[in-house]
Design a protein around this ligand. Structure first.
Ligand SMILES: [Zn+2]
Ligand SMILES: [Zn+2]
Length: 246
């Protein structure tokens, strides 16, 4: 399975320098329809081509878990104990300014940023990631979190991807049955314990090829726990996509 395109992990600075000098970071707090969410140039899709091309892209990474590596091939962790996912793709690195956009989108209650972020994912995700996929399942939020935030960012991104690539989105078969505390600051083992039994699958997924989708992948604990639940429901192949890898 092909890893993310090896590219420089450091974004070129020219565009950002000009942007910051002329407008200031305060513009990142604004959003105007039909304008780029970062530089305010005209951009019907919500993010202009110059800003999109300056976002940090990963270098060589593990094809099984997308962990950044100094070489191509499986990482030591995947060699020791194979994860529950067959492959992971993340077209961007979780770094400024994408990290700022994602925080403004989720934490700042700005669902309108879902459109440019969804287009970004659909444009930059390799075609092989969605080849032969039977259904795309976005990581579900617990009901309480969904009511608080008002939208599920993974679902918005999945909708954009499915629309663009004519894929089937499934937002019903998996539910988050346990409200789990934040994973931040927890060890890998504690993260796993925190998420154990968090997802329930109501559909029979026998023989299906499932693509899971999240906005950001950090250690992969959430996606692996969900992959486990989906495999128990019969899925034959489970892969995952995140817009950004932390
Ligand atoms: Zn721009
Ligand atoms: Zn790995």
């Amino acid at each position: 399975m092909a890893p993310c395109h090896p590219q420089s992990p450091t974004p070129s600075s020219g565009h950002w320098t000009r942007l910051l000098q002329s407008w200031g970071a305060v513009l990142l707090e604004r959003f105007y329809p039909g304008r780029c969410a970062l530089c305010l140039d005209p951009a019907p899709a919500g993010l202009c081509a110059a800003c999109a091309s300056d976002l940090a892209r990963p270098g060589p990474s593990c094809p099984t878990c997308a962990e950044p590596l100094p070489f191509a091939g499986d990482c030591p962790s995947c060699q020791r104990s194979p994860p529950r996912l067959d492959a992971v793709w993340a077209p961007f690195v979780y770094a400024w300014p994408l990290s700022h956009l994602l925080l403004a989108y989720k934490g700042g209650g700005r669902p309108q940023l879902g459109r440019p972020l969804g287009s970004l994912l659909a444009e930059h995700l390799p075609l092989i990631a969605t080849d032969g996929v039977d259904r795309v399942i976005p990581v579900p939020l617990h009901e309480r979190r969904l009511v608080y935030r008002g939208f599920n960012q993974a679902e918005d991104l999945a909708r954009a991807l499915c629309r663009q690539r004519d894929l089937c989105i499934d937002t019903r078969s998996v539910t988050r049955v346990r409200a789990t505390p934040s994973q931040q600051g927890l060890s890998r083992r504690a993260r796993r314990a925190n998420l154990r039994g968090a997802f329930a699958v109501s559909a029979d997924l026998s023989g299906e090829r499932i693509l899971l989708l999240d906005d950001v992948m950090t250690t992969g604990t959430t996606l692996n726990e969900l992959a486990d639940a989906v495999r128990r429901a019969g899925a034959a192949r489970v892969t995952a996509v995140a817009l950004a890898r932390a």
